[in-house]
Ligand binder design. Structure first.
Ligand SMILES: NC(=O)c1ccc[n+]([C@@H]2O[C@H](COP(=O)([O-])OP(=O)(O)OC[C@H]3O[C@@H](n4cnc5c(N)ncnc54)[C@H](O)[C@@H]3O)[C@@H](O)[C@H]2O)c1
Length: 276
């Protein structure tokens, strides 16, 4: 599918959408796609962004800067929140970007009356489930590191802001969204960029979202996650990792099953990291 085509069949037009983390891997991809659904796309990151088209507004903001985040959300209809630390890192950047930053965002949303968010959570919220289990969002979180723990905080924070203030959020526990699966684990966790777009648009437009936790995954034959409780969102993945299976398995014919990375869903994230 060309990124110039609109994947959603119905006309959808937001006045202004905010995309955080717009300079990142998924942000760069969604930046190319989301403008088709809104008059103005406000894009934000730490650095590395310039407006390239008339429909774009750029704000360079550190999420831990509360005042800047308050200006960032002014006048937006909804937020796609991708910004923050996206890998296992030392505690301080995680604290600033993912804990303080997400708190600042929800406080700003509350003050500005913004009512809908797509929050990029992560499969690493439940990374310590085994690969022979199928997990649903109602099961207890089992983060596989500080990064996963910070996403668990974001999910709970957004739950509080829904229960208390009615801000609706889709917490999307993204698996692995890349052009194609890079290893055996990603045969279960992969989601194409087209499916990512489908998921984001479904979460932005479903009439009643409430507070929904769901996994961001494709139509994969092998899966570790059950999205039944999020059917009301109307996300129908259309791309499967199966087309890449032969290539992926040939590159790694005999996985080491004594390696925790091959036993637990979080893969290499479950190993003791360099920050202990
Ligand atoms: N790519 C995936 O498959 C995947 C899987 C699970 C979760 N996610 C989540 O989706 C989101 C996007 O992922 P990605 O792969 O594009 O990650 P990425 O690291 O490429 O992008 C994240 C962006 O956030 C910005 N950022 C980091 N700290 C910040 C701060 N303190 N203030 C403002 N901006 C800050 C970075 O500059 C970066 O551009 C992340 O929240 C990530 O945790 C992605």
């Amino acid at each position: 599918m060309s990124s110039d085509q609109k994947l959603h069949p119905t006309p959808i037009r937001f006045k202004r959408l905010l995309l955080t983390g717009a300079a990142g891997g998924l942000g760069s991809e969604l930046r190319k796609r989301l403008h088709r659904y809104c008059d103005v796309l406000r894009i934000s990151d730490l650095a590395g962004l310039e407006a390239e088209a008339g429909h774009e507004e750029v704000q360079l903001v550190r999420l831990e800067d509360a005042a800047a985040v308050h200006s960032l959300v002014e006048g937006v209809d909804a937020v796609i929140h991708l910004g923050g630390v996206s890998t296992e890192q030392p505690w301080d950047p995680i604290l600033q970007g993912n804990i303080v930053g997400t708190y600042n965002l929800y406080e700003a949303l509350r003050k500005h009356g913004v009512k809908r968010v797509v929050f990029a959570s992560s499969n690493h919220v439940t990374g310590f489930y085994r690969q022979d289990e199928v997990v649903s969002p109602s099961e207890p979180m089992r983060p596989d590191g500080l990064y996963g723990l910070s996403k668990a905080f974001g999910e709970s924070l957004s739950r509080l802001y829904f229960d208390r203030y009615g801000i609706e959020t889709a917490c999307v526990r993204i698996g692995s969204s890349f052009p194609e699966p890079r290893n055996r684990r990603m045969l279960a966790t992969w989601m194409s960029y087209d499916d990512l777009e489908r998921l984001v648009i479904a979460a932005l437009t479903t009439p009643v979202l409430g507070h929904t936790v769901m996994y961001g995954m494709g139509d994969n034959t092998t899966t570790w996650w059950d999205n039944t409780s999020a059917r009301h969102v109307g996300y129908r993945p259309q791309d499967s990792s199966e087309q890449f299976r032969a290539k992926v398995e040939a590159a790694d014919p005999r996985p080491d099953l004594s390696d925790p990375a091959n036993i637990y869903q979080g893969g290499p994230f479950v190993r003791t990291g360099p920050f202990d």
